[in-house]
Design a protein around this ligand. Sequence first.
Ligand SMILES: Nc1ncnc2c1ncn2[C@@H]1O[C@H](COP(=O)(O)OP(=O)(O)OP(=O)(O)O)[C@@H](O)[C@H]1O
Length: 245
Amino acid sequence: MSVLELSGVDKSFRGLRALSDVDMAVSEGEIVGVIGPNGAGKTTLFNVICGALKPDAGSVRFAGEDVTGHKPEKIARSGMVRTFQLMRPFATMSVAENVSLAAQHHTRGAERLRGHAVEIVERVGLREWAYRPATELPTAGLKRLELARALAARPRVLLLDEVLAGLLPAEREPVLDLLAELREQDGTTLVFIEHIMAAVMRLSDRVLVLDQGAVLATGTPDEVTADPRVIEAYLGEEPTTHADA
Ligand SMILES: Nc1ncnc2c1ncn2[C@@H]1O[C@H](COP(=O)(O)OP(=O)(O)OP(=O)(O)O)[C@@H](O)[C@H]1O
């Protein structure tokens, strides 16, 4: 059974069709990369899945339940959590406090909450930063903190919006390792929007290609990167173009 299933999803903004009849099914424990040119509808897709936007038509099912139009907090509490491209931590709080705040609906008791937050801070590689103000973090640290906040909610499905953007190639590797570990150790299902094709190729079991709001192709990384329609719409003549975008 699919843990996440979209059926016939449409979403328009003042006549602009941002999503058009999108079907998508993600199995438990699967890693699905979502790619496509700028404006293809990737972020809108995430916003519809996580409840930030209500689709004009179609449905979103999570863990067998119809969650179409449910509030984002409700969807997050039920186990489907997203990260944002632009991380805005609470400025007056430390890194660990920011993570605790995100964990408070999911962990009972102050002691356990603190322990859970510290464990996640360490897991994302921010141990030295735990008690420093979150605003002092460099970009790579803010990205890790965003991931930590999402993990604090104990996600069953994690939606990652360009989690590698702004990171140097050397900073990407540990994040990719962590994402692979989340699936291996925790069985977390991952759906990630990414422009860096090397990461998409390495991490994805399956890739969904959006173009002008519609699903252009879906398949293994090798299948989609060899698909002439995908090459024409997104990858260009040289698929390596996006490798370090
Ligand atoms: N709130 C909004 N109001 C009006 N138009 C919007 C809104 N959100 C998105 N759009 C439009 O919908 C289309 C899809 O946008 P979306 O941000 O989902 O694309 P994307 O694939 O995530 O692009 P990118 O890779 O640049 O982030 C674009 O034409 C965009 O301008």
